[in-house]
Design a protein around this ligand. Structure first.
Ligand code: DGJ
Length: 705
């Protein structure tokens, strides 16, 4: 025991105590507690029971069979069948204020492992490994996983599932022997397997319980595991799924895992989200744009789809500017051969039949109206019905000889082919250099099947090459903002966000569906990176109809936009768009910098979402009525996060147009406002109003003294 040292990393609320000897083990990861580290060590060392190995077995940061850790190993690989059970011994440690870098070696297997562990001031831990082959001969890496321990009281999980137009759905389940595993083999972050989960103490909720949240920052195949060992200890593990033979390290070569981000809070899910949101704002998002207010979008997609007429598009732009839109975006349909979703992808040349005078007149028109101009691309994709495919059939990401299924009638381009990579860069560069483009929407509308380069599996490298292509574009055009979209929310993760500015959360603009999708996304992402549009009253993806008030308030709590044809809209609708655009502009500084609170409700038919300013001087709360109220009265609205000592003026900023007609009498505070202390608002609250299903209301809290 004495030849081991203890290292402590601390955040604002979190403490990580790591014991370092031959290997590293996290002894405590949770709430910060002061005291003598040696006392902690005495308190935390385990007994050794009969009936198993004769010495204590540690849960290291990379479980090793050779140390008797029977959990899923951190490293799996071999050198022609040899060197398959490495045991790493620490050779060097570098400690800084907030991080440790641990170098470990296995001289027999000829491998070096570097483990980085960092805890920042927002209480977010990040960790990754780098494995290097130090010996002659190729080392085939089957698995390289990041592992973090969980305490035995982590009994429950919140995990994600979903699909196209139904992203970020959450589900609760007990964490039992046998554990939980999620595998994503779709070649992009995916709608189905968002790479995050939360473990916590029994019945953890938005406000209560210890929770440990995890986000694996990778836009390709992955495996997440939370396991309960036979002795009751538990751990979380995240890794890239390497396809057979995909990672073969020659002597001197290395492979690095993506970062696994994690955060503990003893104040439930809201506390965890506060850590991740601050971390995203300060560390993940590209730093060059963080101060710029996010412009309100008008995206043409659901307005005109592939039907592009420059004169008409200019009239859409004129109407958009009149409503207060700040960025006008031409979506899919502007390039050669693109009259539907069966052809054209790859031919990134302006369609001269649709745009005989070029794009300049439109861009200039948009700019003259005071708006930025944006354009849609889907660089990684190709239709067989395209000039590009006819010229370069060998550019497909595929295993030769097989006929892989199409997705949205298209295939993927092999970005590992330098010629293809350079062609795509040249095309993007051409448009960004020729026109005054402030933003591009970077789409990816299909999953990846049999990804191969020169016959060998190449999913991992395809994802790396995608990052490199975006990086190269950003390097040449650092002022251009990029939205990550993959048929809606198929590529949303922290690694993409390091090089993009916003996500298209879902192709579903139905406000009711969006309430759930946006809530799921809010656990790990702050509102300003979530693209959220007001769609047409008759929703294209669900055929439901919603009032402008419900659509407007739902879109308000993200990076707002409009997605329809303003020319065809009726006056009343247009006035509605104008109203919510104004409201968003007024509230944008608060919404895009404050703390998000998902507020518990007394009735499941409600969803309440709030943002409180960091100085607690103001807050805005949306009460969304998702379904018919369960009872005739719905309890109270209680708002956390305000200053308990301060007095707030409470006013209703927006309500359904039929608000006064649906009951005899609504709560008086909703009519004339009232003044209350922050403590009252949190502890006792205000009587809930009565709302129709699928409607919403917006309430403002302003500190008056
Ligand atoms: C899928 C995106 O999610 C939509 O918003 C739109 O850009 C279409 N692709 C265009 O093909």
């Amino acid at each position: 025991m004495t030849d081991k040292t203890l290292i402590e990393l601390t955040g604002q609320q979190t403490q990580l105590i790591v014991e370092l000897g031959e290997y590293a083990e996290i002894l405590h990861w949770g709430q910060k507690v002061s005291g003598d580290l040696n006392g902690f060590r005495m308190a935390l060392h385990r007994p050794v029971p009969y009936g198993r190995l004769d010495s204590d077995v540690s849960m290291t940061l990379h479980p090793e069979l050779g140390r008797g850790v029977f959990s899923s190993p951190g490293v799996e690989g071999h050198r022609d069948g040899q060197d398959w059970a490495p045991v790493f011994v620490i050779s060097h440690i570098e400690q800084q204020q907030d991080s440790i870098v641990i170098e470990s070696e296995d001289a027999i297997a000829g491998l070096r492992l570097q483990t980085e562990l960092k805890l920042d001031s927002n209480d977010v831990v990040k960790t990754r490994h780098t494995l290097t082959n130090k010996k002659a001969g190729v080392y085939h890496v089957n698995r390289l996983a990041n592992t973090l321990p969980l305490p035995a009281r982590a009994n429950e999980l919140m995990t994600y599932y979903g699909r196209w137009v139904h992203e970020f759905q959450t589900v609760r389940q007990p964490l039992l022997q046998g554990g939980y595993q999620q595998e994503n083999r779709r070649g992009r972050t995916s709608h189905e397997h968002y790479p995050a989960l939360v473990a916590g103490t029994t019945h953890f909720d938005e406000m209560n319980g210890d929770v440990w949240g995890f986000h694996f920052a990778w836009s390709g195949n992955h495996r997440l595991r939370v396991d309960v060992k036979a002795d009751g200890r538990r751990y979380m593990q995240a890794e890239v799924i390497y396809l057979p033979g995909e990672v073969a390290l020659k002597e001197g070569e290395s492979i690095t895992t993506p970062w696994l981000y994690a955060s503990h809070s003893n104040c439930g899910l809201n506390g965890m989200s506060h850590h991740f949101h601050s971390h995203v704002r300060e560390t993940i998002l590209p730093s060059d744009f963080t101060d710029k207010p996010r412009p309100i979008h008008l995206n043409t997609w659901e307005g005109i789809y592939f039907d592009h007429d420059p004169e008409y598009i200019m009239s859409m732009a004129t109407q958009s500017a009149e409503m207060g839109v700040e960025r006008f975006i031409i979506d899919d349909g502007w390039f050669k051969g693109r009259n539907g979703d069966k052809a054209g992808l790859g031919d990134w040349f302006l369609c001269e039949a649709k745009y005989p005078n070029g794009l300049h007149p439109i861009v200039e028109h948009v700019n003259k109206l005071g708006m930025e101009f944006g354009l849609w691309f889907e660089p990684e994709m190709i239709n067989k019905d395209s000039e590009l495919f006819r010229t370069h059939p060998d550019w497909l990401l595929a295993v030769n000889g097989y006929d892989q299924p199409t997705g949205r009638n298209q295939y993927v381009i092999n970005l590992q082919n330098d010629e293809a990579f350079n062609f795509l860069f040249e095309r993007l560069d051409h448009f960004l250099s020729t026109y005054n483009i402030a933003y591009i929407k970077w789409d990816m509308n299909r999953e990846v099947v049999q990804p191969a380069h020169l016959g060998q599996a190449a999913a991992h490298n395809q994802t790396q090459r995608y990052y490199q292509l975006v990086d190269k574009v950003r390097e040449k055009h650092p002022k251009v903002e990029i939205e990550s979209c993959a048929a809606g929310g198929g590529r949303i993760d922290f690694e993409v966000l390091k090089r993009t500015h916003r996500f298209w959360a879902s192709d579903n603009n139905d406000a009711l569906e969006r309430q759930t999708i946006q809530r799921g996304m809010s656990y790990f992402f702050p509102p300003e990176v979530m693209g959220s549009h007001i769609g047409a009253s008759h929703c294209h993806s669900t055929r439901r109809r919603h009032s402008i008030e419900f659509r407007g308030l739902t879109a308000l709590f993200g990076h707002m936009g409009i997605e329809l044809d303003p020319v065809k809209e009726e006056q009343a609708e247009k006035e509605g768009f104008e109203r919510y655009i104004k409201l968003h502009k007024m509230l944008r500084p608060l919404l895009h910098s404050g703390r998000t609170w998902r507020i518990p409700t007394d009735d499941k038919a409600h969803q309440i979402h709030a943002v409180v300013s960091n100085d607690q001087s103001e807050a805005v709360v949306m009460i969304a009525q998702l379904a018919m109220p369960t009872n005739s009265l719905s309890g109270h609205l209680r708002v956390p996060g305000l200053d308990p000592q301060a007095t707030y003026r409470v006013t209703v900023l927006d309500k359904p147009s039929n608000y006064d007609d649906i009951v005899n009498y609504q709560p008086p505070w909703t009519e004339s406002g009232c003044e209350l202390s922050g403590a009252w608002c949190e502890e006792v609250g205000l009587t809930m109003p009565i709302l129709d299903a699928e409607s919403a209301m917006l309430v403002k809290f302003e500190r008056i003294h």
